[in-house]
Design a protein around this ligand. Structure first.
Ligand code: IMP
Ligand code: MG
Length: 178
């Protein structure tokens, strides 16, 4: 089905905000041991820019989630299609997501990571979107609050694997709603 892209956040604004987040996160962790965990695929561009905007020396790792079973979100079963490789016990862990939407993905990650007894477990998301939140989760470091903005693409975020390469954030709009 055809659709249109409406610009929401331009590349320069993203760039400035990511640098600001990098400073904020570095100030918060100082020189404590920190593992930055990228949730693939959507966070890949954000993660790469954030990692370079940070002063805190960190370890980097990547996970990928797969959901299966019936239903669209609530009660959805999740598993890793790529698990952590870096040990996180006794280290701070910062989960880096593209979007926190219903909260199910972050809830799953927090639950699994907690078993390894990290020093702390926090969440950083490029976009905090709250209108469909099902789990009471706070995003500790949010790039943009885009609650109510609709379905987003660009800067890593996709619609059926398209648009990840765009350097700005767009709302995907169906022509009948345009
Ligand atoms: P949650 O488990 O519902 O919080 O959803 C998290 C994942 O769904 C995000 O990491 C995204 O990969 C995907 N997602 C949710 N909303 C959007 C969107 O507007 N555009 C692209 N992906 C989205
Ligand atoms: Mg994601």
């Amino acid at each position: 089905m055809s659709h249109e892209l409406h610009p929401l956040v331009d590349a320069a604004t993203i760039h400035d905000r990511v640098r600001e987040l990098g400073r904020e996160i570095s100030a918060s962790y100082g020189n404590e041991p920190l593992v930055l965990v990228c949730v693939l695929k959507g966070a890949f561009l954000f993660f790469a820019d954030l990692a370079r905007a940070m002063k805190t020396e960190c370890e980097h790792d990547f996970v990928r989630l797969a959901s299966y079973g019936s239903g669209t979100s609530r009660g959805k079963e999740m598993r890793f299609s790529k698990d952590l490789e870096v040990p996180i016990e006794g280290k701070h862990v910062l989960i880096v997501e593209d979007i926190v939407d219903t909260g199910n993905s972050v809830e799953f990650l927090r639950h699994v990571f907690a078993k390894s007894e990290p020093l702390s477990l926090k969440v950083c998301a490029l976009v905090d979107k709250r209108e469909r939140r099902e789990i009471d989760i706070e995003v500790d470091f949010a790039g943009f609050n885009l609650t109510g903005a609709g379905f987003l693409v660009g800067y890593g975020m996709d619609y059926a694997e398209r648009y990840r390469e765009l350097d700005a954030i767009y709302e995907l709009v169906r022509p009948e709603r345009a």
